[in-house]
Ligand binder design. Structure first.
Ligand SMILES: Nc1nc2c(ncn2[C@@H]2O[C@H](COP(=O)(O)OP(=O)(O)OP(=O)(O)O)[C@@H](O)[C@H]2O)c(=O)[nH]1
Ligand SMILES: [Mg+2]
Length: 202
């Protein structure tokens, strides 16, 4: 089964996107497979509002492992199954916390292996920094890696924020070649375009 990996800095909205996109595709309960950095596999079921409250939220590094859900993508001739994998937020440099370093290493390994990268950035953060480059090298490096893959899209999240249009304009100026899809994970904007993109990739 093909895999779509959601990656990006901490707090950009990766988990909120995974839960709300799963709901958008018709899921009423989530069955989450946790692949912990030490190799342990766990499984837990959530209803959607519990998933939003328990898995997503402010505070750095809420997600600390790979967390996958299996989804059906409805389309013209039946559905396609794929895996949507949430990941530990990545940061520039070497993180002082050993557990987080291992979780980030796991994200990076998956980034190499995955069929499709959904690279998320926070448009408010881009606007405040004055561009994606000004935030550090990380996002540029993921975009560069993505340019060598067939399956890469940048999900420009938090389009609902007041300074998001400025962030989006800066992003488009700096990453002219990238496929950029503006979304709001919180308010489910742009999900139809993400669905169409994922349909072509899985
Ligand atoms: N305004 C706005 N806030 C959002 C949006 N998406 C997510 N958020 C908020 O951003 C914060 C972080 O969301 P998460 O989904 O936990 O972010 P994450 O990228 O999974 O974070 P880590 O697991 O720590 O790496 C939460 O307070 C969300 O409610 C959005 O589209 N708009
Ligand atoms: Mg998360």
């Amino acid at each position: 089964m093909r895999n779509c990996l959601v990656v990006g800095r901490p707090n950009v909205g990766k988990t909120m996107f995974c839960v709300n996109f799963a709901e958008f595709l018709g899921l009423q309960r989530l069955e989450v497979y946790y692949q912990l950095p030490d190799g342990t596999i766990r499984q837990r079921k959530y209803d959607l509002s519990a998933a939003r409250h328990e898995l997503s939220g402010l505070g750095q590094h809420k997600t600390r492992s790979l967390q996958s859900i299996q989804l059906d993508l409805p389309g013209g001739k039946g559905a396609r199954k794929f895996k949507l994998t949430d990941s530990t937020g990545l940061t520039d440099g070497i993180h002082p916390d050993t557990g987080l370093r291992e979780a980030m290493a796991q994200t990076l390994a998956e980034l190499q292996a995955t069929d499709c990268i959904l690279h998320m950035v926070d448009l408010g953060e881009v606007a405040r920094a004055g561009g994606v480059r000004a935030m550090g090298e990380l996002d540029l490096q993921i975009a560069e890696l993505g340019s060598y893959k067939d399956g890469y899209a940048m999900l420009a999240n938090k389009i609902d924020l007041p300074d998001a249009p400025k962030g989006l304009a800066l992003l488009r100026e700096e990453l002219k070649e990238a496929r950029i899809i503006p979304i709001s994970a919180l308010y489910r904007q742009g999900f139809r375009e993400v669905k169409e993109y994922v349909w072509r990739m899985v």
